[in-house]
Design a binder for this molecule. Structure first.
Ligand SMILES: [Fe+2]
Length: 212
């Protein structure tokens, strides 16, 4: 039997999960979701019987399942898209291996009209938040520090204590600097993503109806 790869903080013999395998949504927007996850994740449908649709984008049998429910549910729960702003699951985060990959994907998606609802350098990560057609929020993040120890050090430091939320960034500006040869060490500074002359929006000021 294949064994799961050792994962940070997870010890064998303990009831502790190693990886997130998949999530499932009930939705009235099956075809919109298939299209969106196809564009964003490169997802393909592996099973679809009209009632339940399984999608994957890697070696897992399925990463996302969509259970189709009648369209009338959309009208019974008119505020469903806004629920996450007040209660329950807020977002699911995915780690992207490189800053370049994160930003190149940002450009690829922007060209298709898919834009982040929030772009921020949290300090430990640079993060772009997107929302799927149901309003499920997904965070794509790249780690700013090369080791967990350095991230832990940043968490424990004064800069993070003063501003635990981060600084809003302009992904196009960050990418232009990266293409001009700026190192990630330079670009991981939180103000590095703010165009010169633009106001720095930091900490709680980053929070508004759109970003929350
Ligand atoms: Fe997050």
């Amino acid at each position: 039997m294949a064994t799961l790869p050792a994962h940070r903080g997870v010890k064998a013999g303990r009831v502790a999960p190693a990886v997130i395998a998949h999530w499932v949504v009930k939705s009235t927007r099956r075809s919109e979701l298939i299209d969106w996850y196809g564009r964003v994740f490169g997802a393909r449908v592996v099973h679809d019987d009209g009632q339940v649709t399984f999608l994957t984008w890697d070696g897992e049998s399925h990463r996302l399942a969509v259970v189709s429910v009648p369209t009338v549910f959309r009208y019974l729960f008119p505020l469903a898209k806004l629920r996450r702003k007040m209660l329950g699951l807020d977002h699911i985060a995915f780690t992207v291996p490189t800053l370049e990959g994160l930003l190149e994907d940002y450009v690829r998606l922007r060209k298709q009209g898919i834009r982040p609802v929030w772009a921020i350098n949290h300090g430990p990560t640079i993060s772009l938040y997107y929302e799927d057609p149901d309003g499920t929020r997904l965070e794509f993040q790249v780690e700013n520090f090369p080791t967990p120890e350095e991230t832990a050090e940043f968490f424990a430091g004064d800069e993070f204590a003063e501003n635990p939320i981060g600084v809003n960034i302009d992904p196009d500006y960050l990418l232009s600097q990266l293409r001009n040869g700026a190192t990630q060490e330079l670009l991981r500074r939180r103000e590095a993503g703010v165009r010169p002359g633009r106001k720095i929006v930091a900490n709680k000021k980053t929070l508004n109806f759109k970003t929350l």
